[in-house]
Design a binder for this molecule. Sequence first.
Ligand SMILES: *[C@@H]1O[C@H](CO)[C@@H](O)[C@H](O)[C@H]1NC(C)=O
Length: 352
Amino acid sequence: MATPCKWVTVLVMLLAMAFEVRPAFWPTLEVLQSVGSDLETLTAFETGVYKTTTTTVQKTHWAAPPETLLLVSPTTIGVYPIILFVPSALVQNTDYSQLLEHIASHGYIVVAPQTWPLIIPSQANEIEMAASVVNWIPNFLRYVLPEHVQGSKDLLAVSGHGRGGKTAFALALGVSKTKLTVQISALIGLDPIEGVNKLVRTKPYILKYIPNSFDLSIPTMVTGTGLGNHSKIPFGPSCTANGVNYEDYFNECRSGTLFVVADYGHFDLLNDKLSVAGLAASAGCVSGKGAKDLIRRTIGGLVVAYLDSSFLEKHSNYVNIITNPSLAPARLDPIETKTRTLGDGIRYYSEV
Ligand SMILES: *[C@@H]1O[C@H](CO)[C@@H](O)[C@H](O)[C@H]1NC(C)=O
């Protein structure tokens, strides 16, 4: 059972949602109230019911993806929402396969481009690469999916980790030169970073340092890590420094939800066994002491719960997590939600 204090917070959030300018599929007050809080429905943190397959699609495939793709998909006949996932710089897309398989096992198709084949592209080039993959999806994804598996035409989320999280924000904000031919329906930034620190930011700049300034009306989820801004050496640099990290991104969102995985670091969501690149990248960042499986299942579960709620109107996992965050495998603190109200006022609720 949640404590009375938590219920008050939840009630306030539900009331706030009733007055919200809602994007399509955003959970309504009536729906959320009807869901109740049946703890047996908190399935998002466990492996889902779908068997999955993980393949690499080379640029030489006749469907000609603009970049090499890691494709993680359910194998069961059906139509599933699609998630573009842009990896962090320096890391291989395959270093995320355990996290992405968790998400796909709940009925999502994940398309993860390798955005730096040999050399690291500039952030601006990476955004164009990701945009061309988005435009490729509606016409060609079907040729690389398992038989009888289809991507939903209308449900595309863009997501990314670290620098890839910045790229996802850039796509959703329409910053790419490549014009997107597909509508983006949700945005997920996992520990997004704008640059090394406030003085060393990659271009184009996304953060404006003006609260609530992002022109976004799609459901938006941001995650952060509590140890991401810690340094391995005293007074040394950190991997996600204050001033360019998830806090700054969420601060500029007008609405959305922020979850911080308190006891883990920036690269702890990667696979247990890493590529040479993945090992090198994560060696520079502070890690949590707990098993990586716990943060992977937490982040994977949050992505599933958030998209189930905003895409599929399946709200039970999301509501249960907000009301009982202690049920997450890794500690979530803080959780903040922001809702846009009908007036021009921004309502801001935090602390679950
Ligand atoms: C990390 O960020 C948190 C939240 O903003 C802050 O309280 C803390 O002082 C930061 N720690 C470091 C080492 O910068």
